[in-house]
Design a binder for this molecule. Structure first.
Ligand code: GLU
Length: 279
């Protein structure tokens, strides 16, 4: 089987050193396996994504020496792929339309661990509709759709860097959104739909998505699709342990280029931040 990896930037701003490091590592892994690499632009959110950021990200990636064999493929042009996955999940009874407001979820939510990486308030199971809700829907538009998680089941997977992982459905995460009220496919659905359609054999991404991997494994199962292998990389943090991606002054690759740094220096800087944080 040929190795197929992907890099999946979201064009909501300029590429910063943390992303750059993840993408460079993903590209190296594909090279080590003499595999293929897909560049996928995750530009589904029409309010937050901008075409100019896509262009700039591509240019920055090329400057960093990242190479891909396919793409850029734009999620914004692949709606029928996501609708077809939505239909399959609907037919499988895995998802339901949810009319509970965000505020109601927040007020009734169980034990939110919001400070933990990738965590969000647990959707209260008592607010779920009866089984079969939404079976007759002909379109996902107009309402939030959620995945009905198997409460209490422990989702396990093996990560190339972190080893055995386990997250409990209904405890570590609850019913998650697969389609947004503004008629945009949600991340957890789009990413699985694409990783399946693009024949991805290993997903290399940041550690902040470990919990999402557990959610996504449930989507793979509902679709009867074979999941890829997983490799989650440490996030670049500053000297205070804050994620670089979350810092407003986080340095963009573009800014460092402008200051005259080489690609090697930019990547080394990301490494220094990481070492300093773990020291
Ligand atoms: N687009 C996501 C990001 O930029 C990556 C998603 C993924 O790798 O699954 O964080």
């Amino acid at each position: 089987m040929i190795y197929r990896g992907r890099i999946a930037p979201t064009p909501t701003g300029d590429l910063h050193v943390g992303h750059a490091r993840t993408f460079v590592a993903a590209a190296r892994r594909a090279e080590e396996h003499r595999g293929e690499m897909v560049l996928r632009v995750e530009d589904l959110d029409p309010l937050r994504c901008r075409a100019e950021y896509t262009e700039r990200a591509i240019e920055d990636l090329e400057w960093l020496g990242v190479r891909w064999s396919e793409g850029p493929l734009h999620q914004s042009l692949r709606r029928e792929v996501y609708e077809s996955v939505w239909r399959r999940l609907r037919d499988a009874g895995a998802i339901y339309p949810c009319t509970v407001s965000r505020r109601e979820v927040r007020d009734a939510a169980h034990a939110p661990h919001e400070d933990e990486e990738g965590a969000e308030p647990i959707f209260p199971p008592e607010l779920r509709p009866a089984a079969g809700a939404g079976r007759d829907a002909t379109s996902p538009a107009g309402v939030v759709w959620r995945f009905r998680v198997p409460d209490g089941e422990v989702v396990r997977f093996s990560d190339a860097r972190r080893g055995a992982q386990a997250f409990a459905a209904g405890v570590d995460f609850g019913d998650f959104v697969v389609w947004r009220k503004d008629d945009v496919p949600a991340y957890e659905l789009a990413v699985v739909a694409d990783d399946v359609a693009m024949g991805i054999t290993e997903v290399v991404r940041g550690e902040d998505l470990l919990r999402s991997t557990a959610r996504q494994l449930l989507v793979y199962r509902a679709l009867g699709a074979r999941p890829p292998a997983w490799c989650h990389l440490p996030l670049v943090r500053d000297a205070h342990g804050r994620r670089l991606a979350k810092r407003h002054d986080a340095l963009s690759v573009r800014e460092l280029r402008k200051r005259g740094m080489t690609a090697e220096e930019v990547l080394a800087l990301a490494g220094d931040e990481e070492r300093r944080a773990s020291a």
